[in-house]
Design a protein around this ligand. Structure first.
Ligand code: ADP
Ligand code: MG
Length: 396
């Protein structure tokens, strides 16, 4: 890989500024899900094992360039200490005397946690002066925040240009998985794109049809493609004004040899609620007073065949309204098929997206996938083929 990692630099005696994503959800002053903190542990432990001093740079919530006491990282320093199993020295600013004193005071096995980078207006503006102040604090920069890499901020981009820059372990794992899925994948590659709307995933669809061998379109957005082909979808969620765009995507797919798979059968209901009376009909036969809420079993069977014929799977977006039972059936079955093929060593499977991760967890399939990205917006921008400034800066 083109980027440098913790293996490529001598860290002994060095102060390492590590940009991490510990923007964890909180309720009543308590961290409700510490996953993001757990995920930085390999990088923290590795830097310390190599004799480096760890100084964490991170944002928290959206203070918009002002000091907002409720958004202080001080509130989670206890959680950081207990999850990492280390003493945490908190600094009330991410630059200047407060930061310098905390770094000087910390022992070699301690972790220094600097205050919310977004308390400074220069962070989101990628102000070189702020980056220079940060750079003064350390010798080496490590970026372990892939999920913040789609933003060119002082701590994610500017700083990487001022110090020797390395990818942390989590960043490395994410980049490697994404490269295996779309950068240099083993073919054939199948992409599954579902979710509610075509309009939110236009760039993503446009990029995928030029890169993958099979594109499975599911969820509400499949309805728009059905409409574009002159098929009536009753009261289903569909963006009728996007029909010409859907046709353009189908044309582009044809030109680049990407085979499109749309549902052949669908599950329809008259009400959008759990346990609503439903029936399975051909995709061409949605009753005028009904809406399509899931793909049908025949579609899932065809999809499983495509998975079986593929070597790599990349997935974003559920195949149906998975939050309501039984309209999670197609997503569950497809997820379980992908999980089985991955377990058997026949498929490399990578998935991401907020609802997608929730759906794969619900299906009990997530832990069998090769890689599940929790990077949200950064994962989607990467699927759209966009260059991520934080990743680009690591390449020098
Ligand atoms: P992600 O967060 O993984 O990127 P999206 O936000 O694009 O995924 O899509 C998820 C949403 O799509 C879910 O709320 C789901 O209920 C909705 N959805 C999927 N299929 C349908 C459908 N047929 N009708 C209405 N909503 C649907
Ligand atoms: Mg979503």
């Amino acid at each position: 890989m083109a980027w440098k990692t913790l293996d490529d630099a001598a860290l002994a005696g060095k102060t390492v500024l590590a940009r991490v994503d510990i923007n964890v959800p909180m309720e009543d002053g308590r961290v409700t899900d510490a996953t993001r903190i757990e995920k930085i542990r390999p990088t923290v432990d590795d830097i310390i094992a190599r004799g480096g001093r760890v100084v964490l740079l991170a944002h928290f919530d959206r203070p918009k360039g002002k000091v907002v006491p409720e958004m202080s990282l001080g509130h989670i320093s206890g959680a950081v200490a207990s999850v990492l199993g280390r003493n945490v020295v908190f600094a009330s600013d991410c630059i200047g005397a407060a930061a310098e004193e905390a770094i000087a005071k910390a022992g070699p096995n301690d972790v220094v946690l600097l205050e919310n980078t977004r308390f400074h207006a220069g962070e989101e503006k990628n102000d070189p002066a702020l980056a220079a102040e940060m750079a003064k604090l350390g010798d080496v920069y490590v970026n372990d925040a892939f999920s913040a890499a789609h933003r060119a901020h002082a701590s994610t981009e500017g700083l990487a240009r001022l110090l020797p820059a390395l990818a942390g372990r989590l960043m490395e794992a994410e980049l490697r998985a994404l490269d295996a899925a779309l950068g240099n994948p083993v073919r054939p590659v199948v992409a599954v794109v579902g979710g509610a709307k075509v309009s939110t995933k236009l760039d993503l669809l446009g990029n995928l049809v030029s890169k993958v061998d099979h594109l499975v379109i599911g969820g509400g957005m499949a309805n728009t493609f059905l409409v574009a082909q002159g098929i009536e979808v009753g009261k289903s969620l569909a963006e009728r004004d996007m029909a010409p765009t859907a046709l353009e995507i189908l044309e582009k797919a044809k030109a680049s040899g990407c085979q499109i798979h749309l549902p052949s059968d669908v599950v329809v209901a008259r009400e959008f609620k759990a346990g609503a009376a439903n029936e399975t009909v051909a995709a061409t036969a949605c009753p005028a007073d009904a809406m399509i809420l899931d793909a049908g079993p025949q579609t899932v069977q065809a999809l499983t065949k495509v998975f079986e014929a593929s070597k790599t799977l990349i997935w974003n977006g559920p195949l149906g309204a998975f939050e309501i039972v039984p309209f999670n059936a197609a997503t569950n079955a497809a997820a379980q098929a992908a999980a089985r093929l991955t377990r058997e060593g026949k498929l490399v499977s990578v998935a991401g997206g907020g609802d997608t991760v929730a759906a794969l967890n619900q299906a009990g399939a997530a832990s069998d996938f090769t890689f599940i990205s929790t990077a949200g917006g950064a994962f989607l921008e990467w699927m759209e083929g966009k260059e991520l400034p934080g990743v680009k800066a690591l390449l020098g």
